[in-house]
Design a protein around this ligand. Structure first.
Ligand code: ADP
Length: 248
């Protein structure tokens, strides 16, 4: 059973910007196969935490481990991505002029430059992988459409598909359902629950309805620290969380 152990361990992370503490002794653990939601008001440190995990920001102190062996604080952004951490920013960034299929083709792990690999003969295995991702993101009907013609939600699904082409172990997703229709949000919930069987997911989200649908475990960040952790019902009943959200 691969579903044991810890995929991500952040311990006593400190990050400051010109004396302003964005993260203060932040500790957080994500289990293998977990679907974790991160909530917290603006400025809580959510983005900074993802920047630390992906190597964009070096912490001043503390440790960040991927699995048991990879020290993220000593790896470059590229090394971290190649090791199996995929990040999706809030806005979709797909290649609009290319077809949906070509977008997935470009996103494959390859030794060649991405542009050299576009249009090159795909192996059977590569085609199977693309088909598998098409099944997952349900864009098979649109495979030959220019990605620029997709709806906002479909672009989000395509970008998730592009991440999946890299077979990441841990996916970081920033406000994935922002701007989606209800039907797209519903599909995203289904998609994330099914992905969590094979991958671990960390989802930053403000939409509490969505959080309630997907997460069994929620972490609340506030002022660069973990304020509360538990089920959504537990953290929503927490006095300190209520105070932060309602400003009492
Ligand atoms: P969140 O994603 O939860 O809204 P952020 O991680 O973006 O929070 O920001 C945490 C705090 O750190 C904020 O007060 C923000 O203004 C500050 N901050 C983030 N990045 C920088 C930076 N590069 N320089 C200065 N301050 C920053």
């Amino acid at each position: 059973d691969a579903r044991h152990g810890t995929i991500l361990s952040l311990e006593d992370i400190n990050v400051s910007f010109d004396g302003f503490k964005a993260l203060t002794n932040l500790s957080l653990y994500i289990g293998v196969g977990e679907l974790r939601c991160i909530i917290g008001p603006n400025g809580a440190g959510k983005t900074t935490m993802m920047d630390v995990i992906t190597g964009k920001t070096r912490p001043d102190s503390g440790s960040a481990w991927f699995g048991d062996t990879l020290d993220l604080t000593r790896m470059s952004e590229v090394e971290i991505a190649q090791a199996g951490i995929g990040r999706k920013f809030q806005k979709p960034t797909v290649f609009e002029a290319l077809s949906v299929f070509e977008n997935l083709e470009l996103a494959q792990k390859t030794d060649k430059s991405v542009w050299a690999s576009l249009g090159a003969r795909l192996s059977g295995e590569q085609r199977d992988r693309i088909d598998e991702v098409f099944d997952t993101i349900r864009l098979g009907q649109s495979r030959h459409r220019p990605a620029g013609l997709l709806s906002h939600g479909q672009k989000q699904f395509l970008e998730i598909g592009m991440l999946l082409m890299q077979a990441p172990q841990l996916l970081l997703l920033d406000e994935p359902v922002a701007g989606m229709t209800d039907a797209e949000t519903e599909f995203t919930a289904e998609l994330f629950k099914s992905l969590a069987r094979k991958h671990s997911l960390m989802v930053v989200e403000h939409d509490m309805g969505f959080v309630e649908t997907i997460a069994d475990h929620v972490t609340v960040l506030h002022q660069g620290q973990v304020l509360a952790e538990g089920s959504l019902a537990q953290v929503q009943a927490d006095e300190r969380v209520i105070e932060v959200y309602l400003g009492r």
